[in-house]
Design a protein around this ligand. Structure first.
Ligand SMILES: *Cc1c(COP(=O)(O)O)cnc(C)c1O
Length: 400
């Protein structure tokens, strides 16, 4: 079986809802992956930041195997002996006081939106079916019908209507626009402190702080979607920390399990998540003991191996070194921690061909938004690893 054989089978039997690089991975360890032809690559995508702890982290895999031998799924019809600890440990780590576990990121966002609406009706006393939620231009929060209903990306919506009503769009990074859009029926403002899929977009300093003040003043819940930016990716545990704020709700996922299992959650407090009564909301797999055990270990690894600090330090180093590369193609290099975007000039003819060229030199990256190359390696990466990659990146940015 060659790379082409695998691709042919997948193209024949699998739906074509992705356009992956043609590399078929069969093994991974730390920041490295190997394809079926035996080639080795540095993974600079880390599964969209789900693998912050590195591939197949031995401690997380051990927790997965141990828990798999005991009990994997009880459903929430019964209790299990892992979920209580996950909730408690998440609260102790983040300073929130209540957790609602789900599986995928989109489900966590849907959960936060449902909580915000119900809070709006029960606590803020918005008239029935009038609740409004504000989202930003260029947002990405998942692929469900409700979430794409407030997407501003035409392709994400094309052919999927009719859409869920009750959403308004404001310009990302523009606090005045937010203030103007708020009405007495506004229950929440959903925002990514750094837009990942949108192209690693960092709003101006103080934007999140202003947004937080505006929300507080108007009794509107601030929901930070930290599914990609959170858990160390930005060089802080959460990207909102750069603005010194505390959102009312935070959605997490991706690296919550270190890439070993789909686990997501909403973090908040009793005044908000307390609106859910038994039967209001749920998920068969949400809070299952296998996912909970994996997430507990993944969080311990993140803290004990100081991956947040490593992300901050090495992200700074990586960006500095990238800026030293002399190339006609680069418009901007930006990022926080190991969440780095290289925006190319339009004359560079798209990021995809740079990603293909990096692949042939042993580095896996994925373009985002046509003109941006995202570098987001596992947070366990070392300075030596970055020094290995830099000349290859320089070659690609200058040769093409
Ligand atoms: C990936 C992502 C999601 C959706 O997560 P899924 O697990 O793919 O459903 C939501 N919000 C942000 C910011 C993301 O990056």
């Amino acid at each position: 079986m060659t790379t082409k054989d695998y691709i042919d089978i997948e193209e024949k039997y699998g739906a074509h809802n992705y356009h992956p690089l043609d590399v078929v991975i069969e093994k991974a360890e730390g920041i490295w992956v190997w394809d079926v032809d035996g080639n080795k690559y540095m993974d600079c995508l880390a599964a969209y930041s789900a693998v912050n702890q590195g591939h197949c982290h031995p401690r997380i895999i051990r927790a997965l195997k141990d828990q798999a031998d005991r009990v994997t799924l009880t459903s929430r019809a019964f209790r299990n002996d892992q979920l209580p600890y996950l909730c408690k440990e998440l609260c102790e780590l983040t300073g929130y006081t209540m957790v609602l576990p789900m599986n995928s990121g989109a489900e966590a966002v849907e959960t936060a939106l449902k909580a915000a609406r119900k809070w709006g009706y029960k606590t803020k006393k918005v008239a029935e079916d009038k609740a409004e939620i504000i989202a930003c231009t260029n947002n990405f929060s998942g692929r469900t019908i409700s979430i794409i209903s407030f997407s501003t990306e035409q392709q994400y919506k094309d052919g999927f209507g009719p859409f869920t009503p009750g959403y308004k769009i404001v310009e990302y990074g523009n606090a005045e626009d937010l203030e103007k859009a708020i009405t007495p029926n506004t229950v929440a403002f959903l925002v990514e402190p750094i837009q990942g899929e949108g192209g690693v977009i960092i709003p101006a300093d103080g934007y999140m702080k202003k947004a937080s003040e505006i929300c507080k003043k108007n009794n509107v819940l601030l929901i930070a979607d930290e599914i990609q930016s959170g858990l160390g990716r930005s060089g802080k545990l959460f990207a909102y920390e750069y603005d010194g704020i505390r959102p009312d709700m935070v959605t997490i996922g991706k690296a919550l399990s270190g890439g070993c299992y789909p686990v997501s959650a909403v973090l908040s407090d009793k005044e908000i998540l307390g609106v859910f009564n038994p039967g209001d909301h749920g998920s068969t797999f949400g809070g299952n003991p296998l996912g909970a055990a994996v997430a507990r270990e993944a969080l311990k690894v993140l803290i004990e191996e100081k991956l947040v600090e490593n992300s901050f330090e090495l992200g700074k180093y990586f960006r500095e070194k990238l800026r030293e590369i002399e190339t006609p193609h680069v418009k901007e290099i930006r990022g926080r921690g190991l969440f780095i975007g290289i925006e190319l000039k339009h004359e560079a003819k798209g990021a995809r061909r740079f990603c293909e060229a990096l692949k042939s030199r042993g580095i896996l990256c994925k373009e985002t938004h046509e003109h941006v190359i995202r570098f987001a390696p596992p947070l366990i990466i070392s300075k030596e690893d970055i020094d290995w990659a830099l000349p290859k990146i320089a070659e690609v940015l200058t040769a093409l």
